[in-house]
Each structure stands twice: as structure tokens, then as C-alpha cells.
Design a protein around this ligand. Sequence first.
Ligand code: NDP
Length: 400
Amino acid sequence: MGKALIIGCGGVAGVAIHKCCQNSDEFTEIMIASRTKEKCDALKEKLENTTKTKISTAKVDANNVDELIALINEFKPDVVLNLALPYQDLTIMDACLATKTNYVDTANYEPEDTAKFEYKWQWAYREKFKEAGITALLGSGFDPGVTGVFSAYALKHEFDEINYIDILDCNGGDNGYPFATNFNPEINIREVSANGSYFEDGKFIETKPMEIKREYDFKGVGKKDMYLLHHEELESLGINIPGIKRIRFFMTFSQSYLTHLKCLENVGMTSIEPVEYEGKSIVPLQFLKFMLPDPATLGPRTHGKTNIGCIFRGKKDGKEKNYYLFNVCDHQESYKEVGAQAVSYTTGVPAMIGAMLVMNGTWDKKGVYNIEEFDPDPFMDALNKWGLPWQEDFNPVLVD
Ligand code: NDP
């Protein structure tokens, strides 16, 4: 039983807030605070007669530490769930430190002017969080998030040593648009247009964007092309999984998506460097975001399924072993339940679960931790309970 302050009211937050309201025994009170208060008020109005959870709303600029501190002091939450953008991670962590409040997010900090996915800025808060006696849980979405929990679970129950992890993120959904991103377009395009990389023998090997391609037959979806990307959990899993030799991350993209992206890149529309246009400074990628469909509106038009999981290879009792843990989520079922497509659903549900486990003290290590550093069992149980049941395959097809 506790109080959560949820920052942001976009696609992912909308799902997490629905889930907190379904879980009103744990989330007795929530505050939804974001830049555009009207969105928070609309969601409150939709949900308040369907739940015992008490909902309030506020306007906040999460880039402003003083505003955040004032809001936290007024509401006194047990946990702050950051579902704004990665640019706001550090200001929200600063406010949590100042008010001695637990912190949970789903994406690592990124400075606005360089597309760099690294934990170093957030890991630098470790000692301060420990001294303040509070917990920061980093990366409680699906990937990062459930992928880290799956890794901790596989290590605890299925292996003596994990040597190889392939994370496969497949979105078999079709939203009918020639080009649209399933979550924040700016963050998504920064991620996929950056160089790829994988972790091998203690270091990162860099690749050109989309240089490494494989085909995989996904349960519930079918055959899809997937491409190797850099992804933030590679950095923490490379440290937290003893005996690891290689970790790769693959994501599926349709040919239409890639052709559009290449064209937009070629004409400079994905650049994060500001340009002068008719006396105004604009960032091409931010303008592109303005032109693209809002991911929060894709729900009703998206059909098909996602399949996200990890293939593990390692040793158990001296023998080689392969093991695949994954979840299949249906876009239309997600939409019917919470009014959002599966990409928001698969992120918002784990965000609620992470916030719950920190809030109720099940996960209570003081300091700054990635999700795989906690006991995976209560999280795995909660995934089954709250809409993301997992499946196992003890003889998976491997990725070469
Ligand atoms: P959206 O763009 O839909 O939502 C972001 C929300 O944050 C909006 O409500 C926005 O307000 C609000 N916001 C932005 N800036 C500020 C600010 N300065 N102060 C207050 N509020 C602000 O994004 P998503 O819901 O798609 O993504 C949310 C987060 O989830 C991102 O960090 C993303 O990287 C992460 N994510 C993680 C995944 C995972 O598996 N780990 C997968 C997908 C996403 P406004 O409404 O005014 O625009």
C-alpha cells in the first residue's frame, strides 16, 4: 500500500497508470504529473470511477529540479516513476535525492545534444542514493527491464553459467501507416540511426547502423528480418552476468520502415543538429517528430503481435544448455484493455511492477541498481499476474 508520483503522461505512462489503477491494493494513491496537464486530467477523468486508487494531477516541468522538489514535498510519494523522456532522468534523480524518495525509470539518461546511451551518468549517483537510504531502480520497461529480469531468472534457476545472450525484439504489428514509430519518434529514431554494437569478451564491437541482419521465425508472428542494434541493457548485463562472453540485441524492422528512414536520413531530417530556418533555430528530428503520427494514437489501428525475449546459452551441471524466455503480446488485446498498442503495453506493465516492488519494499537495496541486480522471482510472478505471461523453450532455434 503506497503512493506513487508518475511523471509523464504519454503512451507508456498511460498504460502504467491503467495498471496502477487495476492494482489499487498496492497503489492506494497516485499523482500524474506532466508538462501538459490536460492529458493528465483527461486520463484521471477516464479512470477515476473505475478504481479505488485515488488520483490527482499536476503540471510539472521535469527539467526543473526545484519544481520537482516542491511537487514531491507536497505529495510525499513512496516512489517516483519517471515515464517522461530520458533527458529528464538526472533532474528527477536530483529531486528524489533532495527529498529522500525512491526512483524508478525505463530508459537511461541521454543528453539532448548527443545520442549516447550510457549508464555512467546515473551510476555516478550510487553512493549518494545509498547514503540517503533510498533505491533507484534503472530500466524497468521491457528492454531494458524484462530482458534483465529474464537474465537474472535464467541465471538463478536454469544455468550455472550463462555465456551467450541474444535479445530478440520483434514487433509483428502493422499500423497501416507507411512510416510511424511505436514509441516516442525522437527517441526511437535516435536509437535506430545510431551505430550498432554488441558486447564480446569484455568490450563493445561497433557496427554500422543495420549492418548485421538475420532472419528469425518468431512464435505468434512468423518469419521476420531483424537487425543488430546497440541497446542500453548490453552495458549493465555485460557487468552483472558473470561468465558472459557475448550479448547481442536484434530488433525487427520492415523494409518499408527502413526505406523511409534511409530517405529521411539522406535529406537530413533525422539530424539532431539545430538548423536556421526563416530566422528560427529548429532541430530537424524534432520537426519530423511533429509531422509523424503520435504513437499514443496508434492503438486502434495496430494489429498483430509483439514477441520479445532472450535466448540464453551456457552450462548447467557441466553440460551445454540452451534456453529461450519470451513474451508474446497482442496489439488489439492491449488496446481493448488499456487503450494502447502493445509496445506501450509491454513497457508500461513492467514499469508498474518495478514501482510496486520498490514501493512495497520487496526490492529494498539502497543505492542505484539495474533491474537484473534484484531477485527476479517476484517480478516474474507479477508478469504472469499483470498481463505479460512468459513462455519457455528448452530447444530454441539459435541465431548464428
Ligand atoms: P511519449 O512521448 O509518449 O511521452 C512522454 C511524456 O513525457 C509526455 O507526456 C510528455 O509531455 C512528458 N514530458 C516530456 N518532457 C517533459 C518535461 N520536461 N516535463 C514533464 N513532462 C515531460 O513517450 P513514451 O511514453 O513513448 O516513452 C516514455 C519513456 O519510456 C521514454 O523514456 C522511452 O525511452 C521509454 N521507453 C522504454 C522502453 C523500454 O522497453 N524500456 C520502450 C519504450 C519506451 P507532453 O504530453 O507535454 O508531450
